[in-house]
Design a protein around this ligand. Structure first.
Ligand SMILES: *[C@@H]1O[C@H](CO)[C@@H](O)[C@H](O)[C@H]1NC(C)=O
Length: 217
């Protein structure tokens, strides 16, 4: 009986320590500006000498400039994460500017390490995310200028400009390095390709249809 209790407590402790490690750890100092020249391999980036830290380590300029949306999906993403601002290292936050041509989309994708909160600055966007298995429920809404919406961490989501002019949105993400997995690119555009017979079964279509889609990536 006592042995079972010990095992149970170990299981509980293990579960909760996993939960704790599922998010970026809280900083243990004021800041840890990324030293991009360091060869140290740590979770995140090694800290630059505090005495050498400058205002520019926490600074980025250019988010007022619209991105180029002349591409196949009609959108542009300008990230401002630890790659642009070394001072974001260990802080668990970053942002992004999204531009959309009329009817442009930000295709279905997920951020493996971040929840996202988005606000529409100009135009209107149809947004949505899909819950995990087995429901796969689509939760969707049309946002106007000034509206705010949340995409929970890891869930597949998208945006589409449903206005007649350009649209612009700003989003904040709960990671210094949220990562992005675009579903179409990852599944049918991987390098090397996932076997078309595997995808044919996954999508329940003929191999030829899969190969036709794969040829677009
Ligand atoms: C936008 O991108 C397209 C396609 O790459 C390119 O032809 C065009 O010159 C770019 N426009 C600007 C203003 O940079």
């Amino acid at each position: 009986m006592a042995k079972h209790l010990v095992l149970l407590s170990l299981a509980v402790v293990f579960t909760f320590s996993c939960l704790a490690f599922a998010y970026e750890p809280s900083p243990l100092q004021d800041f840890c500006v990324a030293d991009t020249t360091s060869s140290a391999r740590v979770n995140g980036l090694a800290c630059k000498d505090h005495m050498k830290v400058q205002a520019d380590d926490f600074f980025f300029s250019g988010l007022h400039i619209a991105g180029n949306t002349s591409n196949a999906v009609g959108s542009s993403i300008k990230p401002v994460n630890v790659a642009q601002i070394p001072g974001l290292n260990t802080l668990g936050v970053s942002m992004v500017r999204l531009d959309f041509a009329p009817w442009g989309i930000n295709p279905p994708h997920t951020h493996p390490r971040a929840s996202e909160i988005i606000t529409v600055v100009e135009g209107s966007l149809e947004v949505g995310f899909v819950t995990s298995n087995p429901e796969n429920r689509l939760i969707t809404k049309v946002l106007k200028k000034g509206d705010v919406f949340v995409f929970p961490v890891g869930l597949v989501h998208f945006q589409r400009n449903v206005g007649y002019g350009n649209a612009m949105a700003l989003a904040v993400l709960s990671s210094q390095n949220p990562g992005a997995i675009t579903i179409a690119n990852a599944v049918v555009g991987s390098n090397p390709s996932i076997g078309s017979d595997i995808l044919a079964k996954a999508f329940q279509v003929d191999k030829k249809i899969v190969e036709q889609i794969q040829s677009k990536f």
